[in-house]
Design a protein around this ligand. Structure first.
Ligand SMILES: Cc1ncc(COP(=O)(O)O)c(C=O)c1O
Length: 397
């Protein structure tokens, strides 16, 4: 079947994930209501109170244009800019907000605007698995640099060493999926120095895409440091799908950093990219409802209790697991070296997690904490049975 070379590269890169979704034990049982499904960050409980009310409140049309084509509507952009300004304590302008179909749409718009075929984009491993297919689709090259072992912090020396004259963008995802790490100010200031020096050396700016869809999901009131606050050539991609746990209702944004140079031109270019890429704007109803939606959140205290329940529960069973700073994922080590095999052992006990191999971190397991406390608690029995059944000796840890 004739397909483009670019699409073939995308299919190859996506194959492990697609095989997992379509051909694994998970594929066979993903619709079984009895399984503990901790695989993707999909909601496993009813949506938060207030979400449907907000949509119903804004559904009745108030004028003939209510459901007309919508770009980034001024009122909705103002809501986002006010919210970001209050939260980040730096002034964001409404005109610097492009409303998008989630963070996916924001990332696609940033790639379409700033990347030419052959440009190199650096990001750290383990990454969110969406970057690679999206970059290959634009014709850019993925340059992957592991984070520092143990701390999961960015490895600045490795990033610096990976920069070439073709580097056009660096992506940083904080809080990180899947490690849960919030990168500290020193690291971000260091990254800014590296990017500033390299941009000067090669005579063109290296852009920073700060992918922050989990920035409201932080534990213990930890401060969140936006990578975009440290470097002028920055953009923030964001999604409401995480904080509201409604990923099927697609709204997010791409925000230009307040001190981004040549902002006026950028605004128009991004809007054009959104159209050219197939209308990457959120639907009209979500834009009307944004002021109400922006005020909502899943219960963060409850999410933190879930994290603690699982971290302590798993540690008690002999799993090695660190406490994430944010997101709704845990990343325990697989008790045996082959995480694909251990994922199957968990599956035979009705517990479904993402093997680390799929997220480019072999030897680990990713657990989404989007189930009820009761379901998480009940799953510990399956985690216990699987770790007890692991082969010991040379292959085991
Ligand atoms: C790091 C990261 N970026 C972007 C996205 C895309 O978010 P959305 O599907 O809400 O657009 C995700 C979703 O899992 C993510 O984890």
């Amino acid at each position: 079947m004739p397909i483009t070379k670019r699409m073939r590269a995308v299919l190859n890169a996506h194959k492990p994930l697609m095989d997992f979704i379509t051909q694994s034990t998970y594929a066979e049982r993903s619709r079984d209501p009895d399984i503990f499904d901790f695989t993707f960050g999909n909601p496993q409980e009813m949506p938060i109170a207030g979400f449907a009310d907000a949509l119903m409140k804004w559904a009745p049309p108030e004028n003939k244009d209510w459901y007309a084509y919508k770009l980034s509507e001024v009122d909705a952009c103002s809501t986002v800019a006010e919210s970001l300004t209050a939260w980040r304590k730096v002034p964001f302008e409404a005109a610097d907000i492009a409303l998008t179909s989630g963070a996916f749409g924001a990332i696609a718009a940033a790639f379409a605007t700033f990347l030419d075929p052959g440009d190199e984009v650096i990001y750290s491993l383990p990454p969110w698995f969406g970057y690679e297919p999206m970059l290959l689709q634009t014709g850019a090259f993925c340059v992957k640099v592991p984070v520092r072992a143990g701390s999961f912090d960015l490895d600045l020396a490795a990033i610096e060493g990976a920069i070439t004259e073709r580097t056009r963008m660096v992506i940083v995802n904080s809080p990180n999926n899947p490690t849960g790490k919030i990168y500290p100010p020193d690291t971000l200031a260091g990254l800014s120095r590296v990017l500033t020096a390299a941009s000067k050396k090669f005579g063109r700016p290296i852009y920073l895409l700060s992918d922050e869809p989990y920035s409201r999901l932080v534990f213990e009131d930890k401060p969140f440091y936006s990578p975009a606050a440290y470097y002028p050539y920055s953009m923030i991609s964001y999604s409401y799908g995480k904080v509201l746990l409604t990923p099927g209702q697609r709204i997010g944004f791409l925000a230009l950093a307040p001190d981004m140079p040549e902002k006026e031109e950028r605004r128009a270019q991004i809007m054009t990219a959104q159209i050219a890429c197939g209308w990457l704007f959120p639907n009209a109803l979500l834009q009307h409802a944004i002021r109400d939606l922006d005020a909502l959140s899943i219960d963060l205290a409850e999410l933190e209790r879930k994290r603690d329940l699982m971290v302590e529960g798993l540690r008690g069973l002999g799993y090695e697991v660190h406490k994430p700073d944010g997101t709704f994922y845990l990343l325990p080590k697989s008790p045996i070296a082959d995480d694909m095999v251990f994922t199957d052992m968990l599956a035979s006990n009705d517990v479904f997690v993402m093997p680390g191999t799929i997220c480019s971190i072999p030897g680990y397991l990713r657990i989404a904490l989007t189930s009820s406390t009761q379901r998480l608690e009940q799953s510990l029995y399956g985690f216990a049975k699987a770790i007890r059944a692991r082969p010991t000796g040379r292959a085991g840890r």
